[in-house]
Design a protein around this ligand. Structure first.
Ligand SMILES: [Zn+2]
Length: 316
């Protein structure tokens, strides 16, 4: 049997067929065009059918459907409460799908689905816990504690990106100042790199960016560091300091078995990202005199984590 995982992204609906071992067999995506809830659910069904057709399968081969939503879900009722990218409010999507496809439908927040996917990959026992920290436009965090997704009383748990690390600092989209994601997301690193270039017209970063700050991305400062640029080194070290503060807070609070770093930045060489992060956390973590401690590692499922995790929600 297979499960279908659906990832509702900012611009695309992505779906994948996942086998019983958690392997992604095939994937498809279509542009996300919001033309009302009926069309939205019809698109989801069509996407699922297309995946099955490609493999010469029919709906009978599917044991469950899971869906990762960028927003808040009520997983007990199978309802999308609200999303950040499309104007969905209180859509009983599970029930709507089941009208024409009577199969169990599971919902999760997208960061939760990604964390669950990584957990299913990493964990060896139900006692284990995992925190996924995804560095992107913001910082997404998902929590699996003792083998269970931790969703909180209202489905909103795991907003680790909004831990305040600089009181009175930069204004965040959530309304507070100094949130971790304002300093340690991939977007924050881009802003920090551009600010350093503006302050240092002779920095080697300019050459890497082809003389144009709009070419700066999350790799620019790391590339500068590789080339021995002193300004780039400062940017990366400051960035890693910020990253380590939030990671240490999460570890001190939860002591998970694994803390995985995901997002495009996690593809940096370990020598430049993972190892210096581990060294920083090692000096700060509360339990540093204990032998057994959280393993800080890279996420492994990449962009497929959301699809795979959504498909595996049926295992919860
Ligand atoms: Zn915030």
């Amino acid at each position: 049997m297979y499960a279908i995982g659906i990832d509702i992204g900012g611009t695309n609906l992505k779906a994948g067929l996942v086998d019983e071992r958690g392997g992604l067999v095939s994937a498809e995506k279509i542009p996300l065009r919001w033309e009302g809830p009926e069309k939205f659910v019809a698109d989801l069904l069509a996407l699922g059918d297309r995946l099955l057709e490609q493999q010469g399968l029919d709906r009978g081969a599917v044991s469950s459907v899971g869906m990762g939503v960028p927003g808040v879900v009520d997983h007990r009722r199978g309802t999308i409460v609200k999303t950040t990218n499309i104007p969905i409010r209180d859509l009983p999507v599970a029930e709507w799908i089941q009208r024409s496809w009577p199969v169990p439908v599971h919902l999760g927040n997208d960061a939760d689905c990604a964390a669950w996917g990584e957990y299913c990959h990493f964990s060896h026992s139900e006692e284990e816990s995992l925190v996924l920290v995804t560095l992107g436009t913001g910082i997404g965090t998902g929590l699996v504690l003792g083998g269970r997704l931790h969703r909180g009383c209202n489905g909103c748990a795991g907003e680790g990106g909004h831990i305040v690390i600089v009181p009175g600092g930069e204004l965040c989209s959530c309304g507070r100042r100094g949130c971790w994601e304002r300093y340690a997301s991939a977007s924050a690193l881009v802003r920090q790199t551009r600010a350093a270039m503006a302050a240092h017209p002779d920095a080697g970063l300019w050459e890497i960016a082809g003389g144009d700050p709009s070419n700066v991305d999350g790799r620019t400062a790391f590339e500068g560091l590789r080339r021995g640029d002193a300004v780039a080194r400062q940017v990366v070290e400051q960035y890693l300091d910020y990253l380590a503060e939030g990671v240490t807070d999460l570890i001190n609070l939860l002591q998970p078995t694994f803390l995985c770093i995901g997002g495009g930045l996690s593809h940096e060489d370990d020598a430049y990202l993972l190892h210096p992060l581990q060294r920083r956390v090692e000096t700060m973590r509360f339990d540093r005199d204990l032998q057994r401690h959280t393993e800080i590692c890279k996420a492994v499922l990449g962009n497929d984590a959301g699809i795979i995790g959504a498909a595996l929600l049926g295992r919860l």
